[in-house]
Design a protein around this ligand. Structure first.
Ligand code: PLP
Length: 442
């Protein structure tokens, strides 16, 4: 591939290649009806995923007592964060409307957004196995999955997944709870405490010196050699994607409970940190099914690992990686340390994504500290990338032009901004302390 030609066609790539922060507005954004043409997944698929999670709720409640309050549904709070908004505005963000936090950082079981997709994917696999082997009959309570003989049944099967950390946590914890033999292939970016936690739960953690792509490759190869094994394919899995998409319907209920309207006069802006694209892509897809053209979704990625922006801008998706334009792919945001995006996700949300803000690592610690100081909420640095969206939306020329063109500028006072906090509650105190020290220096 000729990078020079690409840079000529898309001058923004030059800034990205220099490691600068960019604001990219998606020229292919279309109304939702147009955006759905050619997309094989539908709102009905998301609904079926929601129903599957409801079937499994008795099992989840039995296996993870912390989910008792929600009846075995793994869901996170939606909270207004006015003090954080005031702090951002003191820094000149000029953000109008209401700023809220969707706290997937505090999702039960896995403490990150991966508790949606990852857990869903393994539950689906377990259900398929159990049904095809007559271990469960349709209509029976899924509390049955917590029975000892089910664990013995699943112990004949193994699960493999490549991860920078959080996906491994989610897949590892749920797979171990069901009784699967589970192998998590961790990239060099993965934090030690995540490996320790998994090992403590009986998960086989295999470490690699390479990046995320390498860990995935190795995991896939090992899984292929074992006929009774299942490989969780973060880059291509439709099940993961649908598990993430369920978040949208849950969010709608929370918005209704809090009497927050979303319509033409009350636009909704959502900001989600992006790695390979599955989590933010799935959520975007789900939100578009519900709110259509009234929701505007922006992704945030580290300047050194802006793979989704790169794939979308060039249209090359997984045929290009950040190293191709001279970036390192290295970032403090371990959850976002991905050099090559998902083609499946890129193509699916091609006309749904409003745009993207890339962000320098130092700012992550700044936002982390600011959120602790103003709202007393801790989220991990990766997750803090999302704050770059509301911080820049009303400041950058490109996003302001977008607001004008979409006739949103005059409607901002009645609008809502949701920062999607993607991880944090499982981070041990000692590691939080380390982060706080880095924040002091930032
Ligand atoms: C995985 C992850 C993301 C992004 O999800 P992808 O599916 O990789 O795009 C964002 N934040 C955190 C904390 C994560 O662990």
């Amino acid at each position: 591939m000729n990078i020079e030609q690409l840079e000529q066609a898309h001058p923004i790539l030059r800034e990205m290649a220099r490691g600068q922060e960019v604001t990219w507005i998606n020229p292919d954004l279309a109304d939702v009806e147009t955006a759905m043409r050619g997309v094989t997944l539908s709102a009905d698929d998301v609904e079926q995923a929601e129903q599957r999670l409801q079937r499994f709720a008795p099992f989840i409640r039995a296996s993870f007592p912390e989910t008792a309050a929600t009846g075995g549904l793994i869901e996170s709070p939606l909270r207004a964060i006015p003090a954080m908004q005031a702090a951002l505005n003191r820094e000149g963000c000029g953000l109008r409307g209401r700023l809220m936090l969707k706290m997937d950082s505090h999702l039960a079981v896995a403490g990150s957004v991966k508790a949606r997709g990852g857990i869903y994917e393994i539950l689906k696999y377990a259900e398929d196995l159990a049904l095809s082997h007559g271990k469960i009959t349709p209509g029976e309570s899924y509390e049955r999955f917590a029975a000892p003989d089910m664990k013995r049944f699943f112990s004949d099967y193994s699960v493999h997944v490549g991860s920078t950390g959080n996906l491994g946590l989610s897949i590892g914890i749920i797979s171990a709870a069901l009784g699967f033999r589970v192998n998590v292939h961790m990239s060099a970016d993965a934090k030690q405490w995540k490996k320790d936690l998994l090992r403590a739960r009986g998960v086989n953690v295999i470490e690699y010196t390479g990046d995320y792509g390498r860990a995935v490759q190795e995991g896939r190869a090992l899984a292929q050699r074992d006929p009774e094994s299942y490989f969780v394919d973060d880059e291509n899995s439709q099940n993961l994607f649908l598990g993430y998409a369920v978040a949208a319907g849950r969010l709608r209920r929370q918005m209704e409970e809090q009497n927050i309207a979303v319509d033409r006069d009350h636009p909704l802006f959502v900001y989600i940190p992006c790695g390979v694209g599955g989590a933010p892509g799935g959520i975007t897809f789900g939100l578009k099914q519900i709110y259509g053209d009234h929701v505007h979704v922006f992704f945030e990625e580290p300047t050194q690992a802006c793979c989704m922006a790169l794939g979308m801008i060039t249209g090359l998706h997984n045929d290009i990686c950040v190293q191709d334009i001279g970036l390192t792919g290295r970032t403090e945001a371990d959850g976002l340390a991905v050099g090559r995006p998902s083609r499946f996700v890129g193509k699916t949300i091609r006309q749904m994504l409003a745009g993207e803000f890339t962000v320098r690592d130092e700012k992550l610690y700044h936002y982390m500290k600011e959120l602790m100081d103003t709202e007393d909420i801790f989220i991990e640095p990766s997750s803090c990338a999302a704050f770059e969206g509301p911080a820049r939306l009303c400041r950058d020329a490109a996003s302001r032009a977008f607001l004008d063109r979409m006739e949103l500028t005059g409607r901002l006072d009645a609008g809502t901004h949701i920062v999607w906090a993607t991880g944090g509650s499982l981070v041990p105190e000692a590691v939080r302390q380390e982060y706080r020290q880095k924040a002091q220096q930032a």
